[in-house]
Design a binder for this molecule. Sequence first.
Ligand SMILES: [Zn+2]
Length: 195
Amino acid sequence: MTVALRFVGSGDAFGSGGRLQTCMHLSGGDGAVLIDCGTSSLIGMKRDRVDPGEVDAVLVSHLHVDHFGGVPFLILDAQFSRRTRPLLIAGPPGVRDRVEAVMELFFPGSLAVQRKFSVEFVELEPRALTRVGPTSVTAFPVVHPSGAPPHALRVEYGDRIIAYSGDTRSGRRASSRQRARRISSCARHTRSTGR
Ligand SMILES: [Zn+2]
């Protein structure tokens, strides 16, 4: 099994470096997965010829728009593309309310439309292993106020484990979640040279 991790976007909320907002695409396992889905993610996927219709699950680290604001666009694109396969959205408690609030704000009436596919929301509890589509996810609390508990994520996918910090604060004594952040930071740095 060859697992591929593509950095569709590695930027922040403010377009620093001209990069798109956070979105990582996992493929090669039993279905494609996004880790975070910032507002610009659909643009990035279409630019990179990544089929949004193949995405089975989205794992959201925290509820800032540059990490989950692309979910409404993903859902609406799927609706217009006549998607039939289910879509899973996993994130902090309250993820469903926040996604639906954004959908209604951006596209009034969009929640009332009958879709040919289901959208199922999964709330991640801290330190609990949760099966989400082709992944097994463990969420770890971090420090980053965003209106709902923010998480670092440990993602088991195929024969790989991905550690991702999301956004968090670092300190002098690195905890396990902060060490995860460093791994992610290295990955982001590597990607930033090419995007
Ligand atoms: Zn944030």
